[in-house]
Design a protein around this ligand. Structure first.
Ligand code: FAD
Ligand code: NAP
Ligand code: SF4
Length: 677
């Protein structure tokens, strides 16, 4: 690999007993495949592709050292010799590709969603219904022994090392912080006592595995919860871990119960790198920066600037297995960028579904969704260059079919062009850039600015016609809907129509919430929002001068007064993403948006929007009403009957079904259809 493009990122790292070929770590991700022994073949295929793609060091998803440490009932565990052969499938696959892999040992402590949970003290977590049992002295000794045994078994299974998960509020973090450690024995009280378990775990692992085995520790450098540690405590722990035998210090930000987002798309890129830099000044071992690092330029800049020795990226390796190879080859414009949406990865994990990726549906399905070269190339027309059509066109053309892609608009992207105008969704532009490059690489014949007709398609003699024509916006039947103060979300986001100071939004789905964020955004704040501003808005002190790094958030200056309305009586935003919805709700609430449920729309007139809510009639004296009331399929080109001797017609994405449509389904449907053609 050439080092010319990213000299810091691609520089090897000599650890004395072994060398990592570059500074890129694929961070730990629970894919759902590690919990069942019969899925280890699929897991091995998943890691094999990432090792082949050049990741310097891979970290597995969290594996428990014993039953009490399970995150979920019967979660992946490594505590007896019979588990070793399964793990060998994974290590063999990675080593065959020239990669290195460490096993993450994760004891969930009170975050376990199972009845055997233990912790430092019997303090229930706000995100699990199980109250933990406080470990007694014998239980602590058994836990330390379980960590050491797990590491020894990992060594037997061929792993290059282990990562001990000490952050995000899991067991070791629970012992480290006064928030959850109320003990008065030698394992609680002073920081020296609270860190005793973490340090003992490291010491005993090192004794069990010997010196020539990577021991990475993920250290919580900003807890982002009340009762978290201060910077002095964070450093005291880091130095003790270093002395106990840690090879590489990884960094973690925020407990899972923290009310500050750390990885969703609105978190600025590399927002926390500065904190890793502060840590690096205090220890001699290599330090890893993580969280919202997704492109090589940012990664290179933070390494060159001295913030870290390595970068860890997890989700970007779901999005693109070849991330490193593309960076090294100067093909950055070919990287399929993680847009930090969480929709197919973390939202799946938290719903007990196998992880995948919105922009790359092959992730964790490497043996099932396979793009084989076509034996008999066909002539394929794809109508619509939104996510569904782009996915279908590029996969079909990549397989060797001759593909023509039409769009009525003058540029590709469909609704993603609209989504990327929402503050905090700037990453969506990367997906359009990626597909644009893929179209060129796969020689798709792109015809823009043309609304095609069925006759035209029939005249061209295609074998297959894929309709990816998307949606039309729904216009609800409300008296006064044609009043000049009524705008659709496309009028506002796509066409830039002016909007007054007081606004009502009809419809509180994903787009209604996005519209809220667009309308309240203070024009004085540049986009994408710079990290220091974002930290101040959320009340984060990156210097952790206070416990957990929490400070009072600065007051925002919303650009408008906004009401967000829905007819359902459920909590507005209840249907948003499991791991991102709370961030949208919190952002709007902080900006004073009034979210009303159970609303009946009466009429719109010069005075404003008349509604009934809770049996009471109200007038919202607004300048504009913005409609975000969902969509209906647009598939007018679909023939009612198959055409004898004509092409086969297919519908995907919004054209097939507008309800519950998101880009995850659109891109997956496009890829799956194109893989079958
Ligand atoms: P579209 O993106 O609608 O593309 C259809 C294309 O077909 C258009 O480019 C259109 O010009 C073209 N077309 C139509 N008829 C013809 C014709 N006759 N000839 C030629 N071309 C034609 N989804 C998520 O998953 N996550 C999000 O966070 C998210 N946020 C969003 C935020 C906003 C503000 C918006 C508007 C949408 C958001 N979405 C999000 C939804 C997502 O963008 C859609 O689900 C997705 O774009 C649907 O893809 P599609 O390809 O089916 O249709
Ligand atoms: P949506 O989520 O289906 O929401 C439509 C909203 O309109 C609902 O609040 C609905 O609430 C209301 N509505 C429906 N019919 C109405 C009518 N006749 N009159 C008045 N109100 C009506 O759709 P969307 O917000 O347009 O989003 C489209 C897709 O994009 C969604 O599937 C979403 O997943 C995706 N998206 C996702 C995100 C994300 O962050 N993950 C962001 C944006 C968009 P009531 O019926 O209760 O009034
Ligand atoms: Fe990134 Fe979204 Fe893919 Fe998850 S689903 S890896 S957040 S692009």
């Amino acid at each position: 690999m050439t080092h010319s493009h990213y000299p810091h990122l691609l520089a090897p790292l000599d650890l004395g007993f072994t060398t990592l070929k570059n500074r890129v770590i694929m961070g730990s991700m629970h894919t759902g495949l590690e919990d069942r022994f019969y899925n280890y073949g699929k897991l091995a295929a998943f890691y094999r592709e990432r090792a082949r793609g050049g990741a310097g060091l891979i970290v597995t998803g969290g594996i428990s050292p014993n039953r009490q440490g399970w995150l979920l009932p019967f979660g992946g565990t490594l505590n007896f010799i019979g588990d070793v052969p399964n793990h060998r499938k994974v290590t063999r696959a990675v080593h065959e590709e020239g990669g290195k892999i460490v096993l993450q040992i994760l004891h969930a402590g009170r975050y376990g969603y199972q009845p055997f949970v233990v912790s430092a003290s019997s303090v229930k977590s706000p995100i699990s219904k199980f109250r933990p049992k406080a470990l007694d002295a014998a239980g602590i000794e058994a836990t330390i022994a379980a960590y050491a045994r797990c590491a020894k078994l990992a060594q037997m299974a061929g792993y290059d090392g282990v990562e001990v998960m000490g952050s995000e509020g899991y067991l070791l973090n629970q012992f480290l912080c006064a928030r959850t450690n109320k003990r008065s024995d030698e394992w609680g009280g002073s920081i020296e006592n609270r860190m005793r378990l973490a340090v003992e775990v490291v010491r005993r692992i090192r004794a069990a595995v010997g010196p020539d085995f990577i021991l990475m520790y993920r250290h919580s450098v900003l807890d982002l919860v009340e009762g978290g540690n201060t910077w002095d405590e964070v450093i005291t722990v880091a130095k003790a871990l270093e002395a106990a035998g840690v090879t590489i210090l990884n960094t973690g930000y925020g407990w899972h119960e923290a009310r500050i987002p750390t990885i969703v798309t609105s978190v600025p890129r590399a927002a926390f790198a500065q904190v890793a830099g502060q840590l690096r000044n205090e220890v001699k071992i290599p330090v890893v920066a993580s969280n919202r690092i997704n492109m090589p330029d940012d990664a290179e800049a933070l390494l060159a600037g001295g913030s870290a020795d390595l970068v860890s990226m997890a989700r970007p390796f779901l999005a693109d297995a070849e991330w490193v190879a593309k960076a090294a080859g100067g093909r950055v414009d070919e990287i399929n960028t993680c847009i930090a949406c969480n929709q197919a990865c973390l939202d799946h994990t938290f719903s007990n579904k196998r992880a995948s990726c919105l922009v790359n549906p092959r992730a964790c399905h490497e043996t099932e969704l396979v793009y084989r070269p076509s034996a008999r190339p066909r002539r394929v027309a794809v109508v619509g260059a939104g996510p569904a059509g782009l996915s279908a066109a590029t996969v079909a053309a990549g397989r060797g079919h001759r593909v023509t892609l039409f769009d009525a608009s003058n540029s590709i992207g469909g609704q993603f062009k609209v989504a990327m105008r929402v503050p905090g969704k700037e990453e969506f532009a990367e997906t359009i850039r990626y597909f644009g490059r893929q179209l060129a690489l796969t020689n798709v014949d792109l015809r823009l600015g043309r609304r095609v007709s069925r006759e035209e398609l029939l005249a061209e003699g295609y074998d297959d016609v894929i309709l990816a024509t998307g949606i039309t916006t729904r216009k609800p039947k409300i008296a006064g809907i044609d009043h000049p103060k009524v705008l659709s979300y496309l009028d506002v986001l796509r066409d830039g129509r002016p909007v007054g100071r007081r606004v009502a939004i009809i419809g509180a789905g994903g787009i209604g919430f996005d519209m809220g964020e667009f309308l309240v955004h203070d024009p004085a704040v540049p986009l994408p929002v710079p990290a220091p501003h974002w930290m101040a808005e959320w009340g984060v002190d990156p210097g952790a001068s206070t416990p957990g790094g929490l400070v009072p958030p600065v007051k925002p200056h919303p650009a408008r007064e906004v009401w967000l309305l829905q007819r359902k009586t459920t909590r507005p935003g209840a249907g948003l993403g499991k791991t991102s919805g709370w961030v949208h709700r919190a952002t709007l609430a902080r900006n004073g948006v009034q979210m009303l449920a159970g609303v009946q729309y009466e009429r719109i007139d010069d005075a404003g929007l008349h509604i009934t809510v809770g049996g009471e009639q109200r007038l919202l004296e607004v300048d504009n009403v913005v409609i975000c009331a969902g969509q209906e399929s647009l598939a007018e080109l679909m023939p009612a009957e198959p055409i004898a001797g004509g092409p086969r017609f297919y519908k995907i994405g919004g054209a097939a079904l507008a309800a519950e449509l998101d880009a995850k389904r659109a891109i997956r449907e496009g890829a799956e259809l194109a893989a079958r053609l």
